[in-house]
Ligand binder design. Structure first.
Ligand SMILES: Cc1cc2nc3c(=O)[nH]c(=O)nc-3n(C[C@H](O)[C@H](O)[C@H](O)COP(=O)(O)OP(=O)(O)OC[C@H]3O[C@@H](n4cnc5c(N)ncnc54)[C@H](O)[C@@H]3O)c2cc1C
Length: 415
C-alpha cells in the first residue's frame, strides 16, 4: 500500500456482522468493499421463519440504528425487548442498513469469494513475517453469471459465517454410509415446515437428528404440523444420553430460548403426541432411491441396531466454517473447533458456560499469523455454537481498534 493512503478493506459476507463491520469502516472513512455471494443477510433469510431468542436491542447497534434513521427519520424499529424472526430482523434492520447512504456503492451482492491469497507469497513462504503484510491480498471472485475476476485488498475481514456448510450425520462426525449419495435429499438447514415447506412434510414420517436449538425449533414446528395433519409422525434421534434432549440454562434470562427448550423436552418425554424420542442413538447408514422415494436409516439406539423407514430426513447436526477459503494463507486453526487458534484458546476457558455470560476475548485474540487477516462473527467461533451477535459487534469495535491504532476508539458509545 502506498504511504499516506488508507488501507483498502474487503469484507467477506453481508450477514449481520459483515454489514456492521462495513458501517464501522465507513464511519472511519476507510475504503471498503463487501462481497456477498447471495442476498443481504443470505443465511438469515434461509432460517428466516425462526424467532431469534435474543431481543432486538442485543441484535442491533446504536451505530446501525443511527445510520438508518439518518436516511429515514420515520423508520420504525422493533422495541429493544422484541424477539423478532430472522425475516423480521432483515426487514427492520439489515435491509435498511444495506440501503443507507453510508454503505452506498460498497456492497457487491451475488459475488462469491472463491479463494484468498497473498500477492507474491505462497502459503509456506515467510511464515509469520510482517513482510507478507507489505503485499496486498488477492481475492478470486465469481459473479452471478459465473464470470471470474480478481481484486486486491490490504485488510480482509472474513465474516462468511458457518451456515453454508453442514456437518455429517455418521458416528464420529464422518458421513454415514450412503449419506454422500443421499445428501441432496436430506434437509440440513432449517426448513419452514409450517410455511413454504408444509406440503413437503405434512402427513409424512420424518426422522429428525440432533439435540440443539435447531432440532428443538423444528421438532416444535413439526408437532404443530401434526396437530393440523394428524398422520405426521416424528422420530427424533439424538446422541445425547439425556432423557430431556435440550439442556436448560438455570434462570435463563433469554425467555424465548427457555420456552423453546421446555416445549421441545415436553414433546420428547410425553407419550401421547406425534413425536417419539430415542436418545443414545448414532447413525450408521442412510439409503434412498431418490427424491420422494423414502429412506432407510440404520442406527444404533442404546447399543441396539434399529432401522427406520421415513419419508423425510432432517439433519440438525451443526455447521462448520469453510476453511478452504483461506487455505493459501497462514491461519493457525484450532484443532478442536476450527476457529482461529488464539480466540479458540481464550474461549476454551469458558467451555460449558452460557453464551450470555462469555465476556469479550480482547482485540489480541483476533490476530492471526497472517498479517491483516481477521475472522469475525459466527465463523470466528468455528464449531462452537455459543456465538451471539452481541459478541460480534464487540469484535468489530476491537478489530478497528487494531486497524486504526487508536485504543480509545468506540463508535458505539459516541451515539
Ligand atoms: C437458527 C439460528 C438462530 C440464531 N439465533 C440467534 C439469536 O437469537 N441471537 C444471536 O445473537 N445469534 C443467533 N444465532 C447465531 C448468529 O448470530 C447468526 O448465525 C448470525 O447470522 C451470524 O452472523 P454472521 O454475520 O457472523 O454470519 P452469517 O449470518 O452466517 O452471514 C455470513 C454471510 O456470508 C456469506 N458468504 C458465505 N460464504 C461466502 C463466500 N465465499 N463469498 C461471499 N459471501 C459468502 C453468506 O451468504 C452470508 O450472507 C442464530 C443462528 C441460527 C443458525
Amino acid at each position: 500500500m502506498p504511504k499516506n493512503e488508507q488501507p483498502r478493506i474487503a469484507v467477506l459476507g453481508a450477514g449481520p456482522i459483515g454489514l456492521e463491520a462495513a458501517l464501522y469502516a465507513r464511519r472511519l472513512d476507510l475504503p471498503i468493499t463487501v462481497y456477498e455471494r447471495g442476498r443481504i443477510g443470505e443465511h438469515m433469510h434461509r432460517w428466516g421463519h425462526v424467532r431469534l431468542f435474543s431481543p432486538f436491542g442485543m441484535n442491533s447497534t446504536p451505530l446501525g440504528r443511527a445510520a438508518i434513521q439518518a436516511d429515514k427519520s420515520k423508520h420504525e424499529f422493533p422495541t429493544e425487548t422484541d424477539c423478532t424472526t430472522g425475516r423480521e430482523h432483515i426487514a427492520a434492520y439489515l435491509e435498511p442498513l444495506a440501503k443507507c447512504d453510508a454503505l452506498a456503492n460498497c456492497l457487491r451482492t451475488e459475488t462469491q469469494v472463491l479463494a484468498i491469497g497473498r500477492r507474491g507469497f505462497l502459503k509456506h513462504e515467510e511464515p509469520g513475517s510482517a513482510k507478507r503484510g507489505q503485499q496486498p491480498f488477492r481475492l478470486l471472485l465469481r459473479d452471478k453469471k459465473g464470470a471470474e475476476r480478481s481484486e486486491e485488498a490490504d485488510i480482509v475481514l472474513d465474516c462468511t459465517g458457518t451456515y453454508g456448510r453442514h456437518r455429517w450425520l455418521g458416528d464420529g462426525g464422518i458421513p454415514a454410509a450412503g449419506e454422500l449419495a443421499a445428501e441432496p435429499q436430506i434437509a440440513y438447514q432449517l426448513d419452514d415446515v409450517l410455511g413454504d415447506r408444509k406440503a413437503h412434510y405434512a402427513g409424512k414420517t420424518i426422522v429428525l437428528i440432533g439435540s440443539g436449538y435447531s432440532a428443538a425449533t423444528t421438532v416444535c414446528n413439526l408437532a404443530a404440523l401434526g396437530d393440523q395433519v394428524v398422520e405426521t409422525w416424528v422420530i427424533w434421534l439424538a446422541r445425547t444420553t439425556r432423557s430431556q434432549p435440550i439442556p436448560r440454562v438455570a434462570g435463563d434470562p433469554l425467555k424465548e430460548r427457555d420456552r423453546l427448550a421446555v416445549k421441545a423436552n415436553t414433546l420428547a418425554t410425553r407419550s401421547d403426541g406425534n413425536v417419539e424420542f430415542h436418545p443414545q442413538t448414532v447413525i450408521e447408514a442412510i439409503e434412498t432411491a431418490g427424491p420422494d422415494k423414502g429412506f432407510k436409516v440404520s442406527a444404533r439406539c442404546a447399543g441396539k441396531v434399529r432401522t427406520f423407514e421415513p419419508d423425510r430426513v432432517i439433519a440438525h447436526v451443526g455447521y462448520t466454517p469453510d476453511t478452504d477459503l483461506y487455505r493459501e494463507l497462514q491461519i493457525h486453526e484450532c484443532y478442536a473447533s476450527l476457529g482461529p487458534m488464539s480466540l479458540a484458546a481464550s474461549l476454551l476457558k469458558h467451555a460449558g458456560a452460557d453464551c450470555l455470560s462469555i465476556p469479550s476475548q480482547g482485540a489480541a485474540t483476533l490476530r492471526n499469523p497472517e498479517p491483516n487477516f481477521y475472522i469475525l462473527g459466527t465463523k470466528s467461533y468455528g464449531r462452537n455454537s455459543n456465538f451471539l451477535l452481541r459478541a460480534g459487534f464487540e469484535q468489530i469495535r476491537e478489530v478497528f481498534t487494531l486497524i486504526s491504532g487508536k485504543s480509545e476508539l468506540d463508535l458505539y458509545k459516541k451515539r
